[in-house]
Design a protein around this ligand. Structure first.
Ligand code: AMP
Ligand code: GLY
Length: 417
């Protein structure tokens, strides 16, 4: 098969790493890719937003499957466009991608089919903010309806802060049009969990549980980020709990979407809070979690490619995915200042010294001559397996010290109990 991956971050490096091991693969392209994916396939200089360019590339190169990495092209309708050209795509259509692209849509689906989630109010104007806030108590959770690069959730400690932020969201000051409608919802307490399923529109296979760490600092302190690291499996998640999530969350969404004439094909990612009243959905995403997928794929024994193709064709393989019993930990190494302001362009040293049992997924890097330079907030995902999470942790944290760039920082507490 000839496969094109769309995107250029850590998730796409991890997908390229796994897909490049497939016995079904003939040729792998990544658009635009990064220096990490360049080792595994051919990077092509097209951005994920150049739908027309990607479509003509796929036609000319006789691509059998396009695997879309990120939410923004999906919400923008890349799958619809490629499908119109007769190209198979892994990832939902624009309508299906509303599960992530519109928090109001997602909440309404959950409401209709009775999926456990935080109670909520949709607010569209400044006048409605006070009445909505009165239905909840501090801390208040405010969410921009649209995509905001993972920053669209504001947790406010009192009503004053909530009112100010609601006003900045609605006026467009914070996230432009993405905040024109907001969701105000109940604050949920507990530990988070990511459950991902691959669906062909009718059937699905579940991936193993994983956990992301969104706060920038050790012990979950400081501001939210796109994710500072992840591990899989999640020790406290029993098979019963997985079954419960599959029955109460994954199955009803896929059934509802199919019945509504929007068969949902691609990844259904449920971000959950494990509350004292059971798991509740925080959000849906329509693509693999990043960094979660970096901590999942090294544990996956099964060849992923037939599942991605099967989903796109509506013929998902019937066998469940097989996983290695080892634990996997991915620690994100970020630029100094991230998630606030940071500089880029610093050379990354020491990658060649890292133990071959470690995979360093590149998230925001570029190559100049022989040097790998930092090129964004989250730079690397340093990932390793171990007999258990402690072993994985010792390996990864031992090896991370061999890597260096100016200003780098990472969490030192991941996988610690
Ligand atoms: P989301 O993009 O909806 O997953 O939100 C990003 C992060 O905000 C989540 O991973 C949680 O840490 C936090 N969050 C979102 N919704 C809630 C909520 N209702 N209660 C508490 N924390 C939340
Ligand atoms: N790890 C969070 C996300 O992918 O949205």
């Amino acid at each position: 098969m000839r496969v094109l991956i769309v995107g250029g971050g850590g998730r796409e490096h991890a997908l390229a790493w796994k897909i490049s091991q497939s016995s079904h693969l003939d040729k792998l392209f990544i658009a635009p890719g990064n220096p990490g994916t360049a080792q595994l396939g051919k990077n092509i200089g097209l951005s994920e937003s150049d739908f027309a360019g990607l479509a003509s590339f796929a036609r000319e190169e006789k691509i059998d499957l396009v695997v879309v990495g990120g939410e923004s092209p999906l919400v923008g309708g890349i799958a619809d466009l490629l499908q119109k050209d007769g190209i198979l795509v892994f990832g939902p259509t624009k309508e299906g991608a509303q599960l992530e692209g519109s928090k109001v849509f997602a909440k309404k689906v959950m409401d209709k089919v009775g999926i456990p989630t935080a109670s909520f109010k949709v607010v569209e104007s400044h006048e409605d903010v006070d009445a909505a806030l009165e239905q909840f108590s501090a801390p208040y959770v405010l969410k921009a309806e649209g995509l905001a690069g993972g920053k669209g959730v504001l947790i406010c400690q009192d009503a004053h802060e909530a009112r100010e932020n609601a006003s900045k969201l609605l006026s467009g000051e914070l996230f432009g049009k993405a905040g024109a409608r907001i969701v105000i919802e109940e604050f949920l307490e507990g530990k988070e969990l990511s459950m991902l399923a691959i669906s062909d529109g009718e059937r699905w296979v579940l991936m193993e549980p994983s956990r992301d760490h969104k706060k920038v600092g050790d012990d979950d302190t400081g501001p939210n980020t796109g994710g500072m690291g992840a591990y899989s499996p999640v020790p406290e998640v029993t098979e019963e709990l997985q079954d419960e999530i599959e029955k109460q969350v994954i199955a009803p969404v896929i059934q509802y979407m199919a019945e509504s004439g929007i068969p949902y094909q691609g990844v259904l990612y449920a971000g959950l809070m494990l509350t004292s009243q059971g798991p509740k959905v925080l959000e849906f995403n329509v693509r693999f979690g990043d960094p979660e997928i970096q901590a999942l794929l090294p544990r996956l024994e099964t060849d992923l490619l037939p599942y991605l193709l099967g989903a796109a064709e509506g013929k998902l393989p019937r066998e469940p995915l097989k996983w290695y019993s080892q634990a996997c930990l991915c620690v994100v190494v970020a630029s100094g200042g991230y998630p606030g302001q940071y500089n880029t362009g610093y050379p990354v040293f020491g990658l060649e010294k890292v133990d071959p049992r470690i995979v360093v997924f590149q998230a925001n890097t570029r190559q100049e001559n022989d040097e790998i330079l930092t090129d964004g907030g989250r730079v690397l995902g340093v990932t390793g397996l171990g007999e258990d999470i402690n072993n994985a942790r010792n390996l990864v944290y031992g090896e991370i010290e061999k890597i260096h760039f100016t200003g780098m920082h990472y969490r030192t507490d991941l996988g610690r109990r």
